[in-house]
Design a protein around this ligand. Structure first.
Ligand code: ADP
Length: 381
């Protein structure tokens, strides 16, 4: 186990909240860490051993950051993949593997991968440019996705008419059939270097109606056992075909005919797994470390029902952040508050999350609703 040696070095590309929560676990095991992020005040800065400020998309910056590391991982997909390939050739272990990351970070390549490997997904067509899209016959409603650089719903739009098409940015993209779904689900798969795999329970993600962002993540999802089993099987199939080392979060749709379709995947810890910090035997961040360090995978069972509430910036507030009524929430039983450490709030920016742990589902929901209604992320600036 190389990481127990005192000169072991783990690199993390990206210094946001996912990295910050991963660093709680590296601290627990005393793993030496080095983080690269563009922002001088990145949430990771305080808890890593070394912080380098720089552009994750710049080849030279990423290569020079990676020199001398034993293992390099990511907390965001928008990084320079060519640099990762170079580092891999030089002997740095890069997890997730650059080849898998290359497929995942481009939604068109990702969808083509599903078709090639017989993984169920909604019908789609890819386009190189806006012009190519405008020259085609499109059936409305449909879903437009930018092939690259989309996150948190920013590269996704539901199109209702030709007018909507004209308003789109000029970029390579895909058009998907709009899925009429009952639930959005997610399954986190962990796979270590030896190829051992395990899955977390299926969670359901309840979306905010206008922001296109997850409002609640509920574990376990309220779906029949046979559908949960199928969702896990599909998620495992994706992770195995991609040969991922680390975590793979698989987002799924459960449609009205009870078909399970893969929406998209993320090769890292994921918002849908935050509940695991308090509700699972092994949280997703420790599990990611176990997987990329070649250690035995931990128990993914839950200790109780978990509901995660995202704390996002309230609409129309920009500037220095204030967490209103945080005391009300801290006084609640079985409720844990996570603040990401971003100094400025913006509408719908992810600023933190709260996890409710309870043995009773209805009571967990009631508390989650109270959290949502009382704790408001504002700015007095
Ligand atoms: P992001 O990468 O920004 O998270 P997603 O591809 O997950 O983008 O899409 C964001 C949300 O948009 C999804 O969670 C879902 O609510 C909705 N969505 C995406 N694709 C479809 C689709 N084909 N049919 C219906 N809704 C969709």
């Amino acid at each position: 186990m190389q990481y127990f040696t005192s000169n072991f070095r783990l690199g993390i590309l990206g210094g946001g909240q996912l990295g910050k929560m991963l660093l709680y676990e590296t601290r627990k095991w005393d793993v030496y860490t080095k983080v690269l992020d563009q922002a001088a005040d990145a949430p990771c800065r305080m808890s890593c051993n070394e912080f380098i400020q720089g552009d994750l998309l710049d080849y030279d910056t990423v290569v020079s950051f990676g020199q001398g590391l034993d293992v390099l991982t990511i907390e965001i997909e928008n990084v320079n993949v060519e640099a990762l390939k170079t580092l891999k050739k030089q002997g740095v272990k890069v997890f997730p593997e650059p080849e898998a990351l290359e497929v995942i970070r481009n939604k068109s390549l990702q969808k083509n991968f599903y078709v090639k490997h017989g993984i169920p997904t909604s019908p789609f067509k890819t386009y190189e440019s806006k012009e190519a899209l405008l020259n085609d016959t499109i059936h409305f409603p449909c879903v437009w996705k930018s092939a690259e650089f989309g996150y948190d719903g920013k590269g996704v739009q539901i199109l209702k008419s030709t007018e909507d098409l004209h308003a789109l940015p000029d970029t390579s993209c895909l058009i998907e059939e709009k899925v009429d779904f009952d639930h959005e689900l997610a399954v986190i798969v962990a796979r270590n270097e030896q190829g051992d795999v395990t899955t977390y329970p299926v969670v359901q993600m309840d979306f905010h109606p206008t922001a296109n962002q997850v409002e609640y993540v509920v574990c376990p999802a309220a779906i029949p056992e046979h559908l949960a089993k199928k969702a896990k099987e599909i998620a495992l199939m994706v992770a195995t075909q991609l040969q991922i080392t680390g975590l793979l979060a698989v987002e799924l749709f459960l449609d009205k005919e009870q078909n399970i379709l893969v929406n998209e995947v993320a090769p890292r810890p994921h918002n849908s797994g935050h509940y695991s910090i308090e509700a699972s035997y092994t949280n997703q961040f420790e599990q990611h470390l176990r997987a990329i360090l070649g250690l035995p995978l931990g128990n993914t069972d839950s200790k109780a029902i978990g509901i995660m509430v995202n704390l996002v910036g309230a609409e129309s507030y920009h500037g220095p952040v204030v967490y209103e009524n945080i005391n009300t929430v801290l006084a609640m039983k079985g409720v844990s508050v996570h603040i990401y450490g971003k100094t400025e709030t913006r509408p719908f920016r992810k600023m933190g999350h709260v996890t409710v742990v309870d043995t009773d589902r209805a009571s967990a929901y009631q508390k989650a609703k109270t959290v949502k209604e009382s704790l408001i992320v504002k700015s007095h600036g």
